[in-house]
Design a protein around this ligand. Structure first.
Ligand SMILES: Cc1cc2nc3c(=O)[nH]c(=O)nc-3n(C[C@H](O)[C@H](O)[C@H](O)COP(=O)(O)OP(=O)(O)OC[C@H]3O[C@@H](n4cnc5c(N)ncnc54)[C@H](O)[C@@H]3O)c2cc1C
Ligand code: SF4
Length: 557
Protein backbone atom coordinates (compact mmCIF):
# COMPACT_ATOMS: atom_id res chain seq x y z
CA UNK A 1 0.00 0.00 0.00
CA UNK A 2 1.43 3.42 -0.97
CA UNK A 3 2.07 6.08 1.65
CA UNK A 4 -0.46 8.91 1.75
CA UNK A 5 0.71 12.23 0.27
CA UNK A 6 0.39 14.01 3.64
CA UNK A 7 0.02 13.17 7.31
CA UNK A 8 -2.86 15.64 7.51
CA UNK A 9 -4.87 17.66 5.03
CA UNK A 10 -6.68 20.60 6.59
CA UNK A 11 -9.61 22.10 4.73
CA UNK A 12 -9.95 25.84 5.31
CA UNK A 13 -7.58 28.28 7.00
CA UNK A 14 -9.83 30.16 9.45
CA UNK A 15 -9.64 29.81 13.23
CA UNK A 16 -10.12 26.04 13.43
CA UNK A 17 -7.95 25.31 10.37
CA UNK A 18 -5.10 27.69 11.25
CA UNK A 19 -4.75 26.44 14.83
CA UNK A 20 -4.77 22.82 13.61
CA UNK A 21 -2.18 23.51 10.89
CA UNK A 22 0.10 25.32 13.31
CA UNK A 23 0.10 22.66 16.03
CA UNK A 24 0.35 19.66 13.69
CA UNK A 25 3.22 21.25 11.74
CA UNK A 26 5.01 22.14 14.97
CA UNK A 27 4.69 18.50 16.01
CA UNK A 28 6.54 17.50 12.84
CA UNK A 29 3.59 16.33 10.77
CA UNK A 30 3.54 16.80 7.00
CA UNK A 31 0.63 19.22 6.65
CA UNK A 32 -1.27 20.61 3.67
CA UNK A 33 -3.91 23.35 3.99
CA UNK A 34 -6.40 23.61 1.15
CA UNK A 35 -8.12 27.00 1.18
CA UNK A 36 -10.84 27.95 -1.31
CA UNK A 37 -10.11 31.72 -1.18
CA UNK A 38 -7.20 33.87 -2.29
CA UNK A 39 -4.08 34.83 -0.40
CA UNK A 40 -4.99 38.49 0.14
CA UNK A 41 -2.49 41.24 0.87
CA UNK A 42 -3.01 44.84 2.03
CA UNK A 43 -2.49 45.84 -1.62
CA UNK A 44 -5.28 43.57 -2.87
CA UNK A 45 -7.95 44.03 -0.16
CA UNK A 46 -11.08 45.19 -1.97
CA UNK A 47 -11.67 48.93 -2.04
CA UNK A 48 -13.07 50.02 -5.44
CA UNK A 49 -16.58 49.20 -6.69
CA UNK A 50 -15.24 46.81 -9.31
CA UNK A 51 -12.89 44.96 -6.93
CA UNK A 52 -13.61 41.27 -6.14
CA UNK A 53 -15.97 41.73 -3.17
CA UNK A 54 -18.02 38.58 -3.46
CA UNK A 55 -17.55 34.85 -3.34
CA UNK A 56 -20.06 32.66 -5.16
CA UNK A 57 -19.81 29.02 -4.09
CA UNK A 58 -21.55 27.78 -7.26
CA UNK A 59 -19.40 29.91 -9.60
CA UNK A 60 -16.22 30.14 -7.58
CA UNK A 61 -14.00 30.03 -10.69
CA UNK A 62 -15.55 33.36 -11.71
CA UNK A 63 -16.42 35.01 -8.38
CA UNK A 64 -13.78 34.21 -5.78
CA UNK A 65 -13.79 37.46 -3.83
CA UNK A 66 -13.68 38.63 -0.22
CA UNK A 67 -17.02 37.66 1.33
CA UNK A 68 -19.33 34.69 0.95
CA UNK A 69 -22.86 36.00 1.45
CA UNK A 70 -25.36 33.14 1.52
CA UNK A 71 -29.01 34.06 1.23
CA UNK A 72 -31.22 31.35 2.73
CA UNK A 73 -34.95 31.92 2.91
CA UNK A 74 -35.11 33.90 6.21
CA UNK A 75 -31.45 34.06 7.10
CA UNK A 76 -28.39 35.62 5.49
CA UNK A 77 -24.99 34.31 6.53
CA UNK A 78 -21.72 36.17 5.91
CA UNK A 79 -18.27 34.53 5.98
CA UNK A 80 -14.85 35.29 4.56
CA UNK A 81 -12.96 33.51 1.81
CA UNK A 82 -9.18 33.70 1.92
CA UNK A 83 -6.02 32.53 3.65
CA UNK A 84 -6.79 33.45 7.26
CA UNK A 85 -10.54 32.83 6.94
CA UNK A 86 -12.77 34.90 9.19
CA UNK A 87 -9.81 36.73 10.75
CA UNK A 88 -9.43 38.77 7.56
CA UNK A 89 -12.96 40.18 7.70
CA UNK A 90 -13.70 40.09 11.41
CA UNK A 91 -13.94 42.96 13.88
CA UNK A 92 -11.06 41.54 15.95
CA UNK A 93 -13.11 40.87 19.10
CA UNK A 94 -11.41 37.92 20.83
CA UNK A 95 -13.55 37.27 23.87
CA UNK A 96 -14.00 34.16 26.00
CA UNK A 97 -17.46 32.60 26.27
CA UNK A 98 -19.14 32.93 29.67
CA UNK A 99 -18.57 29.93 31.98
CA UNK A 100 -22.36 29.47 32.37
CA UNK A 101 -22.81 28.79 28.65
CA UNK A 102 -21.02 25.43 28.99
CA UNK A 103 -23.48 24.15 31.61
CA UNK A 104 -26.03 23.00 29.04
CA UNK A 105 -25.78 21.45 25.59
CA UNK A 106 -22.05 20.58 25.69
CA UNK A 107 -20.29 17.27 26.35
CA UNK A 108 -19.54 17.31 30.09
CA UNK A 109 -15.75 17.50 29.71
CA UNK A 110 -15.98 20.81 27.83
CA UNK A 111 -16.13 23.46 30.52
CA UNK A 112 -14.76 26.97 30.76
CA UNK A 113 -12.15 25.71 33.25
CA UNK A 114 -11.05 22.98 30.85
CA UNK A 115 -10.72 25.51 28.03
CA UNK A 116 -8.98 28.18 30.12
CA UNK A 117 -5.36 27.24 29.25
CA UNK A 118 -6.31 27.09 25.57
CA UNK A 119 -8.15 30.42 25.76
CA UNK A 120 -5.00 31.90 27.29
CA UNK A 121 -2.82 30.46 24.55
CA UNK A 122 -5.09 31.85 21.82
CA UNK A 123 -4.92 35.26 23.49
CA UNK A 124 -1.13 35.05 23.51
CA UNK A 125 -0.86 33.92 19.88
CA UNK A 126 -3.26 36.63 18.70
CA UNK A 127 -1.58 39.27 20.94
CA UNK A 128 -4.99 40.33 22.24
CA UNK A 129 -5.42 43.65 24.09
CA UNK A 130 -7.97 46.35 24.82
CA UNK A 131 -8.30 49.70 23.07
CA UNK A 132 -5.92 52.13 24.83
CA UNK A 133 -7.70 54.78 26.91
CA UNK A 134 -6.32 57.64 24.79
CA UNK A 135 -8.04 56.13 21.72
CA UNK A 136 -11.62 55.63 22.92
CA UNK A 137 -13.92 56.33 20.00
CA UNK A 138 -17.04 58.50 20.14
CA UNK A 139 -18.95 55.22 19.87
CA UNK A 140 -17.18 53.79 22.92
CA UNK A 141 -17.93 56.92 24.93
CA UNK A 142 -21.56 56.99 23.79
CA UNK A 143 -21.93 53.38 24.76
CA UNK A 144 -20.46 53.95 28.23
CA UNK A 145 -22.74 56.94 28.77
CA UNK A 146 -25.78 54.98 27.54
CA UNK A 147 -24.94 52.00 29.78
CA UNK A 148 -24.74 54.28 32.81
CA UNK A 149 -28.02 56.01 31.89
CA UNK A 150 -29.76 52.61 31.69
CA UNK A 151 -28.38 51.42 35.03
CA UNK A 152 -25.96 49.04 33.29
CA UNK A 153 -22.79 51.02 34.05
CA UNK A 154 -21.23 48.07 35.90
CA UNK A 155 -21.79 45.87 32.88
CA UNK A 156 -19.92 48.07 30.43
CA UNK A 157 -16.42 46.89 29.53
CA UNK A 158 -13.82 47.34 26.86
CA UNK A 159 -13.33 44.18 24.82
CA UNK A 160 -10.14 42.21 24.14
CA UNK A 161 -9.12 42.86 20.52
CA UNK A 162 -6.59 41.11 18.25
CA UNK A 163 -5.13 44.44 17.14
CA UNK A 164 -1.66 45.99 17.49
CA UNK A 165 -2.13 49.43 19.02
CA UNK A 166 0.39 52.23 19.39
CA UNK A 167 -0.23 53.96 22.71
CA UNK A 168 1.42 57.06 21.21
CA UNK A 169 -1.11 57.33 18.38
CA UNK A 170 -2.46 60.88 18.68
CA UNK A 171 -6.10 61.57 17.75
CA UNK A 172 -5.45 65.33 17.84
CA UNK A 173 -2.83 65.58 15.11
CA UNK A 174 -3.76 66.45 11.48
CA UNK A 175 -5.25 63.52 9.51
CA UNK A 176 -4.83 61.16 12.49
CA UNK A 177 -6.28 58.17 10.65
CA UNK A 178 -3.90 58.40 7.71
CA UNK A 179 -1.81 55.29 7.05
CA UNK A 180 1.44 57.24 7.45
CA UNK A 181 0.92 57.32 11.23
CA UNK A 182 1.11 53.54 11.46
CA UNK A 183 4.36 52.30 13.05
CA UNK A 184 5.96 49.35 11.31
CA UNK A 185 7.27 46.43 13.40
CA UNK A 186 8.08 42.72 13.10
CA UNK A 187 5.82 40.53 15.22
CA UNK A 188 6.77 37.57 17.43
CA UNK A 189 6.33 35.22 14.45
CA UNK A 190 8.61 37.14 12.10
CA UNK A 191 5.88 38.85 10.08
CA UNK A 192 5.86 42.61 9.39
CA UNK A 193 2.89 44.51 10.76
CA UNK A 194 1.90 48.12 11.42
CA UNK A 195 0.08 49.74 14.33
CA UNK A 196 -3.57 50.76 14.26
CA UNK A 197 -4.52 54.23 12.98
CA UNK A 198 -8.24 53.89 13.91
CA UNK A 199 -9.36 54.09 10.27
CA UNK A 200 -12.42 51.83 10.75
CA UNK A 201 -11.63 49.44 7.89
CA UNK A 202 -11.39 46.28 10.01
CA UNK A 203 -14.15 44.43 8.11
CA UNK A 204 -12.68 45.10 4.67
CA UNK A 205 -9.07 44.26 5.48
CA UNK A 206 -6.52 46.31 7.36
CA UNK A 207 -4.27 48.07 4.88
CA UNK A 208 -1.59 48.71 7.53
CA UNK A 209 -1.66 45.11 8.90
CA UNK A 210 -2.54 46.20 12.43
CA UNK A 211 -5.10 43.40 12.69
CA UNK A 212 -3.37 40.33 14.09
CA UNK A 213 -4.90 38.10 11.42
CA UNK A 214 -4.20 34.36 11.32
CA UNK A 215 -1.86 34.61 8.32
CA UNK A 216 0.44 36.71 10.54
CA UNK A 217 0.55 34.33 13.52
CA UNK A 218 -0.83 30.75 13.54
CA UNK A 219 -0.43 30.24 9.78
CA UNK A 220 2.96 31.96 9.76
CA UNK A 221 4.17 29.48 12.40
CA UNK A 222 2.63 26.60 10.45
CA UNK A 223 4.51 27.64 7.29
CA UNK A 224 7.73 28.15 9.24
CA UNK A 225 7.38 24.49 10.29
CA UNK A 226 6.91 23.25 6.75
CA UNK A 227 3.12 23.34 6.31
CA UNK A 228 2.04 24.03 2.76
CA UNK A 229 -0.91 26.34 2.13
CA UNK A 230 -2.60 26.19 -1.25
CA UNK A 231 -5.10 29.02 -1.87
CA UNK A 232 -7.89 28.82 -4.48
CA UNK A 233 -8.43 25.11 -3.81
CA UNK A 234 -12.11 24.37 -3.31
CA UNK A 235 -12.69 20.95 -1.72
CA UNK A 236 -15.88 19.20 -2.78
CA UNK A 237 -15.57 15.53 -1.82
CA UNK A 238 -13.95 13.31 0.82
CA UNK A 239 -13.47 9.63 0.24
CA UNK A 240 -12.32 7.10 2.84
CA UNK A 241 -9.51 4.79 1.66
CA UNK A 242 -8.39 1.47 3.13
CA UNK A 243 -5.88 3.58 5.04
CA UNK A 244 -6.51 7.27 5.22
CA UNK A 245 -8.45 9.63 3.02
CA UNK A 246 -8.64 11.05 -0.47
CA UNK A 247 -9.58 14.71 -0.76
CA UNK A 248 -11.05 15.91 -4.05
CA UNK A 249 -10.86 19.57 -5.00
CA UNK A 250 -11.03 22.05 -7.85
CA UNK A 251 -8.16 24.46 -8.40
CA UNK A 252 -9.67 27.84 -9.25
CA UNK A 253 -7.82 29.84 -11.86
CA UNK A 254 -9.13 33.36 -11.32
CA UNK A 255 -7.78 34.83 -14.55
CA UNK A 256 -8.54 31.83 -16.70
CA UNK A 257 -12.02 31.47 -15.15
CA UNK A 258 -11.40 27.74 -15.11
CA UNK A 259 -11.55 24.92 -12.58
CA UNK A 260 -8.91 22.22 -12.72
CA UNK A 261 -9.84 19.06 -10.82
CA UNK A 262 -7.36 17.38 -8.50
CA UNK A 263 -7.07 15.04 -5.53
CA UNK A 264 -4.56 14.16 -2.82
CA UNK A 265 -4.42 11.66 0.02
CA UNK A 266 -3.69 11.97 3.73
CA UNK A 267 -3.71 9.82 6.83
CA UNK A 268 -6.03 12.32 8.51
CA UNK A 269 -8.42 15.00 7.30
CA UNK A 270 -9.35 17.95 9.50
CA UNK A 271 -12.26 20.12 8.44
CA UNK A 272 -11.86 23.82 9.18
CA UNK A 273 -14.23 25.14 6.53
CA UNK A 274 -16.52 26.86 9.06
CA UNK A 275 -20.09 26.21 10.15
CA UNK A 276 -21.53 26.47 6.66
CA UNK A 277 -18.52 25.09 4.74
CA UNK A 278 -17.85 21.99 6.85
CA UNK A 279 -21.54 21.14 7.18
CA UNK A 280 -22.14 21.52 3.44
CA UNK A 281 -19.12 19.36 2.60
CA UNK A 282 -20.24 16.53 4.90
CA UNK A 283 -23.85 16.78 3.69
CA UNK A 284 -22.63 16.42 0.11
CA UNK A 285 -20.46 13.43 1.04
CA UNK A 286 -23.39 11.72 2.75
CA UNK A 287 -26.37 12.68 0.57
CA UNK A 288 -24.92 13.46 -2.87
CA UNK A 289 -21.67 11.53 -3.42
CA UNK A 290 -22.57 8.71 -1.01
CA UNK A 291 -18.94 8.47 0.18
CA UNK A 292 -19.81 8.90 3.89
CA UNK A 293 -23.21 7.22 4.23
CA UNK A 294 -22.77 6.52 7.94
CA UNK A 295 -22.63 10.15 9.11
CA UNK A 296 -24.98 10.96 11.96
CA UNK A 297 -28.60 11.81 11.20
CA UNK A 298 -27.96 14.95 13.32
CA UNK A 299 -25.77 16.44 10.58
CA UNK A 300 -27.08 19.95 9.81
CA UNK A 301 -29.28 20.11 12.94
CA UNK A 302 -28.84 22.50 15.86
CA UNK A 303 -27.46 25.37 13.76
CA UNK A 304 -27.24 28.74 15.57
CA UNK A 305 -27.36 32.34 14.27
CA UNK A 306 -25.98 33.52 17.62
CA UNK A 307 -28.56 36.29 17.94
CA UNK A 308 -26.78 38.94 15.88
CA UNK A 309 -28.68 42.18 15.35
CA UNK A 310 -27.94 45.81 14.39
CA UNK A 311 -30.26 48.72 15.21
CA UNK A 312 -29.09 52.03 13.70
CA UNK A 313 -29.95 55.09 15.83
CA UNK A 314 -29.79 58.66 14.54
CA UNK A 315 -28.64 61.58 16.68
CA UNK A 316 -29.57 65.21 15.85
CA UNK A 317 -27.16 66.78 18.28
CA UNK A 318 -24.26 64.35 18.34
CA UNK A 319 -21.52 63.33 15.95
CA UNK A 320 -20.95 59.61 16.25
CA UNK A 321 -18.78 58.96 13.15
CA UNK A 322 -19.20 55.18 13.05
CA UNK A 323 -16.38 54.85 10.52
CA UNK A 324 -13.81 56.30 12.93
CA UNK A 325 -12.01 53.82 15.15
CA UNK A 326 -11.83 50.03 15.36
CA UNK A 327 -15.08 48.38 14.27
CA UNK A 328 -16.05 47.11 17.73
CA UNK A 329 -14.51 48.35 20.97
CA UNK A 330 -16.77 47.57 23.95
CA UNK A 331 -19.78 45.66 25.27
CA UNK A 332 -22.58 45.81 27.80
CA UNK A 333 -22.73 42.30 29.23
CA UNK A 334 -26.31 41.20 29.97
CA UNK A 335 -25.66 37.51 29.36
CA UNK A 336 -26.77 36.59 32.88
CA UNK A 337 -30.31 36.97 31.56
CA UNK A 338 -30.58 40.56 32.71
CA UNK A 339 -31.62 41.99 29.34
CA UNK A 340 -35.20 43.26 28.87
CA UNK A 341 -37.72 40.49 29.73
CA UNK A 342 -34.94 38.51 31.44
CA UNK A 343 -33.10 37.41 28.29
CA UNK A 344 -29.36 36.98 27.68
CA UNK A 345 -27.73 39.70 25.55
CA UNK A 346 -24.26 41.05 24.77
CA UNK A 347 -24.66 44.58 23.36
CA UNK A 348 -21.76 46.05 21.36
CA UNK A 349 -20.94 49.16 19.38
CA UNK A 350 -20.71 48.49 15.65
CA UNK A 351 -18.63 50.47 13.19
CA UNK A 352 -18.88 50.70 9.41
CA UNK A 353 -16.04 51.34 6.97
CA UNK A 354 -16.07 54.63 5.06
CA UNK A 355 -16.28 53.08 1.59
CA UNK A 356 -16.21 56.42 -0.26
CA UNK A 357 -13.12 57.52 1.69
CA UNK A 358 -11.36 54.26 0.90
CA UNK A 359 -12.15 54.46 -2.78
CA UNK A 360 -10.64 57.95 -2.95
CA UNK A 361 -7.55 56.87 -1.00
CA UNK A 362 -6.85 53.97 -3.34
CA UNK A 363 -7.25 56.26 -6.40
CA UNK A 364 -4.97 58.83 -4.83
CA UNK A 365 -2.25 56.26 -4.20
CA UNK A 366 -2.17 55.39 -7.91
CA UNK A 367 -2.02 58.99 -9.24
CA UNK A 368 1.21 60.83 -10.14
CA UNK A 369 1.80 64.41 -8.89
CA UNK A 370 -0.17 67.12 -10.67
CA UNK A 371 -3.50 68.87 -10.72
CA UNK A 372 -5.52 65.69 -10.78
CA UNK A 373 -3.77 64.46 -7.66
CA UNK A 374 -4.45 67.78 -5.86
CA UNK A 375 -8.14 67.42 -6.74
CA UNK A 376 -8.35 63.90 -5.35
CA UNK A 377 -6.44 65.02 -2.23
CA UNK A 378 -9.05 67.72 -1.58
CA UNK A 379 -11.78 65.18 -2.14
CA UNK A 380 -10.17 62.82 0.37
CA UNK A 381 -10.28 65.52 3.04
CA UNK A 382 -14.01 65.95 2.39
CA UNK A 383 -15.07 62.31 2.37
CA UNK A 384 -12.75 61.43 5.24
CA UNK A 385 -13.83 64.06 7.75
CA UNK A 386 -17.38 64.50 6.48
CA UNK A 387 -18.40 60.92 7.21
CA UNK A 388 -21.73 60.54 5.36
CA UNK A 389 -23.20 58.57 8.29
CA UNK A 390 -21.68 60.74 11.01
CA UNK A 391 -24.89 61.02 13.08
CA UNK A 392 -25.62 57.31 13.10
CA UNK A 393 -24.81 54.86 15.90
CA UNK A 394 -25.05 51.21 14.85
CA UNK A 395 -26.09 49.46 18.10
CA UNK A 396 -25.00 45.88 17.65
CA UNK A 397 -24.97 42.70 19.71
CA UNK A 398 -25.48 38.99 20.07
CA UNK A 399 -27.89 36.91 22.11
CA UNK A 400 -28.52 33.47 23.57
CA UNK A 401 -30.98 32.07 21.05
CA UNK A 402 -32.43 28.54 20.74
CA UNK A 403 -30.06 27.20 17.99
CA UNK A 404 -32.89 25.52 16.14
CA UNK A 405 -31.79 25.98 12.52
CA UNK A 406 -31.15 23.08 10.17
CA UNK A 407 -28.88 22.91 7.12
CA UNK A 408 -29.73 20.36 4.43
CA UNK A 409 -29.38 19.75 0.71
CA UNK A 410 -32.39 20.53 -1.46
CA UNK A 411 -33.23 21.24 -5.07
CA UNK A 412 -34.37 24.46 -6.72
CA UNK A 413 -37.46 24.13 -8.91
CA UNK A 414 -35.65 25.80 -11.82
CA UNK A 415 -32.51 23.63 -11.49
CA UNK A 416 -33.73 20.28 -10.09
CA UNK A 417 -30.65 18.42 -11.36
CA UNK A 418 -28.41 20.21 -8.85
CA UNK A 419 -28.50 19.95 -5.05
CA UNK A 420 -28.07 23.24 -3.25
CA UNK A 421 -27.56 24.02 0.41
CA UNK A 422 -30.78 25.07 2.12
CA UNK A 423 -31.69 26.19 5.60
CA UNK A 424 -34.82 25.47 7.58
CA UNK A 425 -35.19 28.13 10.24
CA UNK A 426 -38.20 29.87 11.65
CA UNK A 427 -37.99 33.21 13.44
CA UNK A 428 -40.62 32.16 15.99
CA UNK A 429 -38.46 30.68 18.74
CA UNK A 430 -35.83 33.42 18.31
CA UNK A 431 -38.41 36.21 18.33
CA UNK A 432 -38.47 36.87 22.11
CA UNK A 433 -34.70 37.29 22.36
CA UNK A 434 -34.45 39.40 19.21
CA UNK A 435 -37.21 41.66 20.56
CA UNK A 436 -35.29 41.87 23.83
CA UNK A 437 -32.20 43.02 21.90
CA UNK A 438 -34.27 45.62 20.07
CA UNK A 439 -35.73 46.84 23.38
CA UNK A 440 -32.19 47.20 24.79
CA UNK A 441 -31.02 49.08 21.69
CA UNK A 442 -34.05 51.39 21.89
CA UNK A 443 -33.47 52.12 25.56
CA UNK A 444 -29.77 52.89 24.99
CA UNK A 445 -30.68 55.22 22.10
CA UNK A 446 -33.50 57.00 23.87
CA UNK A 447 -31.48 57.61 27.05
CA UNK A 448 -28.84 59.40 24.96
CA UNK A 449 -31.09 61.38 22.61
CA UNK A 450 -30.99 59.03 19.62
CA UNK A 451 -33.86 57.86 17.42
CA UNK A 452 -33.62 54.11 16.80
CA UNK A 453 -34.76 52.72 13.46
CA UNK A 454 -35.39 49.01 13.64
CA UNK A 455 -34.60 47.61 10.17
CA UNK A 456 -37.66 46.59 8.10
CA UNK A 457 -35.86 43.37 7.26
CA UNK A 458 -36.91 42.36 10.78
CA UNK A 459 -40.10 44.33 11.39
CA UNK A 460 -41.68 43.39 8.03
CA UNK A 461 -39.86 40.27 6.85
CA UNK A 462 -38.52 38.63 10.02
CA UNK A 463 -35.17 38.14 8.25
CA UNK A 464 -31.85 38.09 10.07
CA UNK A 465 -28.25 38.48 8.94
CA UNK A 466 -25.51 36.70 10.87
CA UNK A 467 -21.71 36.91 10.63
CA UNK A 468 -21.46 34.35 13.47
CA UNK A 469 -22.87 31.04 12.19
CA UNK A 470 -22.32 28.17 14.63
CA UNK A 471 -23.04 24.45 14.55
CA UNK A 472 -24.19 22.01 11.90
CA UNK A 473 -21.70 19.27 12.88
CA UNK A 474 -22.50 19.61 16.57
CA UNK A 475 -20.59 17.88 19.34
CA UNK A 476 -22.48 15.14 21.12
CA UNK A 477 -22.00 12.10 23.31
CA UNK A 478 -23.12 9.59 20.67
CA UNK A 479 -24.09 9.68 16.97
CA UNK A 480 -27.70 9.89 18.16
CA UNK A 481 -27.15 13.40 19.46
CA UNK A 482 -24.12 14.71 17.57
CA UNK A 483 -21.90 14.47 14.49
CA UNK A 484 -18.56 14.64 16.33
CA UNK A 485 -17.46 13.75 19.85
CA UNK A 486 -16.02 16.16 22.39
CA UNK A 487 -12.64 15.98 20.59
CA UNK A 488 -14.01 16.82 17.14
CA UNK A 489 -13.71 13.20 15.92
CA UNK A 490 -16.45 12.38 13.41
CA UNK A 491 -18.53 9.48 14.72
CA UNK A 492 -18.04 6.36 12.61
CA UNK A 493 -15.04 7.60 10.56
CA UNK A 494 -11.56 7.20 11.95
CA UNK A 495 -9.10 9.91 10.96
CA UNK A 496 -11.80 12.46 10.10
CA UNK A 497 -12.18 15.53 12.35
CA UNK A 498 -14.14 18.78 12.42
CA UNK A 499 -12.18 21.57 14.11
CA UNK A 500 -14.15 24.76 13.45
CA UNK A 501 -17.31 26.63 14.44
CA UNK A 502 -19.46 23.83 13.02
CA UNK A 503 -18.93 21.77 16.19
CA UNK A 504 -20.15 24.44 18.63
CA UNK A 505 -23.40 22.89 19.88
CA UNK A 506 -25.29 26.03 20.98
CA UNK A 507 -25.33 29.79 20.66
CA UNK A 508 -22.60 31.50 22.70
CA UNK A 509 -24.37 34.87 22.72
CA UNK A 510 -21.11 36.69 22.00
CA UNK A 511 -18.37 36.77 19.36
CA UNK A 512 -17.26 33.14 18.91
CA UNK A 513 -13.77 33.10 17.31
CA UNK A 514 -11.80 32.81 20.58
CA UNK A 515 -13.89 29.81 21.64
CA UNK A 516 -13.56 28.17 18.20
CA UNK A 517 -9.78 28.62 18.34
CA UNK A 518 -9.57 27.38 21.96
CA UNK A 519 -11.58 24.26 21.09
CA UNK A 520 -9.24 23.60 18.16
CA UNK A 521 -6.20 24.06 20.44
CA UNK A 522 -7.70 21.55 22.88
CA UNK A 523 -8.70 19.01 20.27
CA UNK A 524 -5.37 19.04 18.41
CA UNK A 525 -3.63 18.72 21.76
CA UNK A 526 -5.69 15.59 22.49
CA UNK A 527 -5.14 14.24 18.97
CA UNK A 528 -1.37 14.56 19.34
CA UNK A 529 -1.42 13.05 22.83
CA UNK A 530 -3.33 10.05 21.49
CA UNK A 531 -0.72 9.62 18.72
CA UNK A 532 2.53 10.04 20.58
CA UNK A 533 1.64 10.97 24.16
CA UNK A 534 3.23 14.41 23.87
CA UNK A 535 0.51 16.87 22.86
CA UNK A 536 1.19 20.54 22.28
CA UNK A 537 2.47 21.23 25.79
CA UNK A 538 -0.17 23.88 26.49
CA UNK A 539 -1.45 21.98 29.53
CA UNK A 540 0.39 19.52 31.71
CA UNK A 541 -2.25 16.80 31.95
CA UNK A 542 -5.03 15.52 29.76
CA UNK A 543 -8.25 17.41 30.39
CA UNK A 544 -10.08 14.07 30.21
CA UNK A 545 -7.62 12.43 32.60
CA UNK A 546 -9.72 11.71 35.77
CA UNK A 547 -7.04 13.10 38.13
CA UNK A 548 -6.77 16.28 36.16
CA UNK A 549 -10.56 16.49 35.99
CA UNK A 550 -10.86 16.11 39.74
CA UNK A 551 -8.27 18.85 40.25
CA UNK A 552 -10.17 21.17 37.93
CA UNK A 553 -13.58 20.25 39.29
CA UNK A 554 -14.74 18.97 35.89
CA UNK A 555 -17.84 16.83 35.43
CA UNK A 556 -17.78 13.57 33.57
CA UNK A 557 -20.69 11.85 31.89
C1 LIG B 1 -18.01 40.91 9.14
C2 LIG B 1 -17.67 39.91 10.20
C3 LIG B 1 -17.20 40.35 11.43
C4 LIG B 1 -16.91 39.42 12.44
N1 LIG B 1 -16.40 39.87 13.63
C5 LIG B 1 -16.06 38.98 14.59
C6 LIG B 1 -15.43 39.40 15.79
O1 LIG B 1 -15.13 40.58 15.98
N2 LIG B 1 -15.13 38.46 16.72
C7 LIG B 1 -15.42 37.13 16.53
O2 LIG B 1 -15.16 36.33 17.42
N3 LIG B 1 -15.99 36.71 15.40
C8 LIG B 1 -16.29 37.59 14.42
N4 LIG B 1 -16.82 37.14 13.24
C9 LIG B 1 -17.08 35.71 13.09
C10 LIG B 1 -15.79 34.93 12.84
O3 LIG B 1 -15.16 35.42 11.68
C11 LIG B 1 -16.13 33.45 12.72
O4 LIG B 1 -16.84 33.03 13.86
C12 LIG B 1 -14.88 32.61 12.59
O5 LIG B 1 -14.08 33.07 11.53
C13 LIG B 1 -15.26 31.17 12.36
O6 LIG B 1 -14.09 30.40 12.38
P1 LIG B 1 -14.05 29.00 11.65
O7 LIG B 1 -12.73 28.41 11.85
O8 LIG B 1 -15.25 28.23 12.08
O9 LIG B 1 -14.30 29.33 10.09
P2 LIG B 1 -13.76 30.47 9.16
O10 LIG B 1 -12.88 31.41 9.90
O11 LIG B 1 -14.93 31.02 8.44
O12 LIG B 1 -12.82 29.69 8.15
C14 LIG B 1 -13.33 28.80 7.20
C15 LIG B 1 -12.34 28.79 6.03
O13 LIG B 1 -12.60 27.67 5.21
C16 LIG B 1 -12.60 28.06 3.85
N5 LIG B 1 -13.46 27.10 3.15
C17 LIG B 1 -14.81 26.97 3.26
N6 LIG B 1 -15.25 25.96 2.48
C18 LIG B 1 -14.15 25.43 1.88
C19 LIG B 1 -13.97 24.36 0.94
N7 LIG B 1 -15.00 23.62 0.51
N8 LIG B 1 -12.71 24.11 0.49
C20 LIG B 1 -11.65 24.85 0.93
N9 LIG B 1 -11.78 25.87 1.81
C21 LIG B 1 -13.02 26.15 2.29
C22 LIG B 1 -13.12 29.47 3.89
O14 LIG B 1 -12.75 30.22 2.75
C23 LIG B 1 -12.47 30.01 5.16
O15 LIG B 1 -11.20 30.55 4.92
C24 LIG B 1 -17.11 38.04 12.21
C25 LIG B 1 -17.55 37.61 10.97
C26 LIG B 1 -17.83 38.52 9.96
C27 LIG B 1 -18.32 38.03 8.64
S1 SF4 C 1 -9.10 50.51 12.66
FE1 SF4 C 1 -7.98 50.54 10.70
S2 SF4 C 1 -5.83 50.42 11.29
FE2 SF4 C 1 -7.01 49.80 13.09
S3 SF4 C 1 -7.14 47.56 12.94
FE3 SF4 C 1 -8.99 48.37 11.98
S4 SF4 C 1 -8.44 48.52 9.82
FE4 SF4 C 1 -6.51 48.32 10.91
Amino acid sequence: MSEPDFDAIIIGSGFGGAVSACRLAQAGRKVLVLERGRRWTPQTYPRAVDDPWLWDQDNAHRFNGWADLRAFSDMWVVAAAGVGGGSLIYANVSVEAKPEVFRRGWPPEITHAALQPYYDEVGRMLAVRELPDNQLTTRTLLMREAAQACGWGERFRKLPLAVSFDTKWDPERPEPRDDRHSQSFVNAHGRRQGTCVQCGNCDIGCQVSAKNTLDLNYLAVAEAHGAEIRPLHLVHKLEPLAQGWRVHFDILEPDGHRRVPGSLSAAKVLLGAGSIGSTELLLRCRDEHGTLPGLSARLGHGWAHNGDFVTPAFYDKRTVSPSHGVTISAAIDLLDYSGPDGLGLFVEDGGVPNLAGNFVRRRLAKLPCGKLRSFWRELRGLVDDGDPLENMMPWFGQALEPADGRLLLGRKWYAPWRRTLRMEWSYRRSEPVMESMIAAHKLLSQKTGGKPMVPPTWTLLRNLVTPHPLGGCNMGLTPADGVVDAQGRVFGYEGLYVMDGAIVPRALGLNPSRTIAALAERNVDLLLRAEDGRGTGIVGALPCDPDHAAAQGLQHG
